[in-house]
Design a protein around this ligand. Structure first.
Ligand SMILES: Nc1ncnc2c1ncn2[C@@H]1O[C@H](COP(=O)(O)OP(=O)(O)OP(=O)(O)O)[C@@H](O)[C@H]1O
Length: 293
């Protein structure tokens, strides 16, 4: 919690409850998600360890967000298991958050008419114990928890580099700050693993750099991070390991160096509108083929 000593320090650091670096945290095994006849995610395995940054890339419609939704309990996978810190994870968002996994979404989902501080405080309520009755009578326990929640929220705003915006309405913050505010809110749930769905989408280069620095800082604090991103330079610079999904399946997994030099990955991106791109036997286009738009 923030103390007077903290408040005087020039750059307060938030601390997090983490697992040792390298310890297995998240294990997805054979995760499959079908929507009717469409197999959006097909038997995907992924392991994430304490203190690592894992990237999830793939062309549009590859199944990245659907996979995130399976991991975080928004979808109940059609098949496969997800376990976290050695325990099977029930496919229910609240249980997932309580287990120690938090996420952000592709599109900003802030409470736009609440202040930045209040937005972060909302993330904290899954860790407080005051029930409706205590909240209504606003007894000592409620007031104590409320003060702690407020202090932690301010500490997290400082951690994400926005110490002075607490009273600002979320909707009045610049776009890049809104995205950082979402990360602060996710951090308020005390995660051990943070899932970020396209954290730099729509950002200018300076905001992207800030996001990169923030994710490194989160990792350096001991959290594990999984990032979906289309910005390849960003992802290859950031991640320890990258998985490339194509049509719901893991095409390649490895270090950024391995993945970025794999010709199948390049083909999947360049030719993602072409059904034959992953067919190694596909030949050069014949002259009678229509040029693509
Ligand atoms: N709720 C749903 N019902 C039916 N089909 C869905 C649903 N959600 C996703 N899909 C389909 O599943 C496939 C994978 O979509 P998903 O959004 O997971 O891909 P993605 O890799 O995250 O794409 P993008 O990079 O464009 O965000 C797509 O064909 C999509 O149309």
């Amino acid at each position: 919690m923030t103390t007077a000593a903290h408040a005087m320090a020039p750059e307060p650091e938030a601390t997090f409850d983490t697992v040792p670096r390298g310890e297995l945290l998240l294990q997805a095994a054979g995760v499959t998600m079908r929507f009717g006849g469409l197999v959006a995610v097909n038997s995907v395995d992924m392991a994430v360890h304490g203190g690592e940054i894992v990237g999830l890339i793939g062309p549009n419609g590859a199944g990245k967000t659907t996979f995130f939704n399976c991991l975080t309990g928004l979808y109940k996978p059609s098949a496969g298991q997800v376990s976290f810190a050695g325990r099977a994870l029930p496919p229910r968002p609240r249980k997932v958050v309580q287990a120690g996994m938090a996420r952000t979404f592709q599109n900003i989902r802030l409470f736009q008419n609440m202040s930045a501080l209040e937005n972060v405080m909302v993330g904290r309520y899954c860790r407080t114990s005051s029930g409706p009755f205590t909240s209504i009578i606003r007894g000592p326990k409620f007031r104590r928890e409320e003060a702690e929640t407020r202090d932690r929220a301010q500490e997290l705003l400082e951690f994400v580099g926005m110490p002075d915006v607490g009273e600002t309405l979320a909707r009045n913050l610049p776009y890049g700050d809104q995205r950082r505010l979402e990360i602060a809110r996710a951090l308020a749930t005390d995660p051990k693993l943070l899932l970020l769905d396209e954290p730099t989408a729509g950002m200018n280069p300076q905001e992207t750099r800030q996001a990169e620095e923030l994710i490194f800082r989160i990792r350096d604090s001991g959290l594990a991070v999984v990032v979906i991103e289309h910005d390849m330079r960003f992802i290859f610079n950031l991640c320890d390991r990258v998985l490339c999904l194509v049509r719901g399946e893991v095409l390649v997994e490895g270090t950024p160096e391995v993945v970025q030099s794999d010709p199948r990955v390049i083909e999947a991106y360049i030719g993602s509108a072409d059904d034959t791109v992953l067919d190694d036997t596909a030949s050069e286009p014949t002259p009678e083929e229509e040029p693509r738009a």
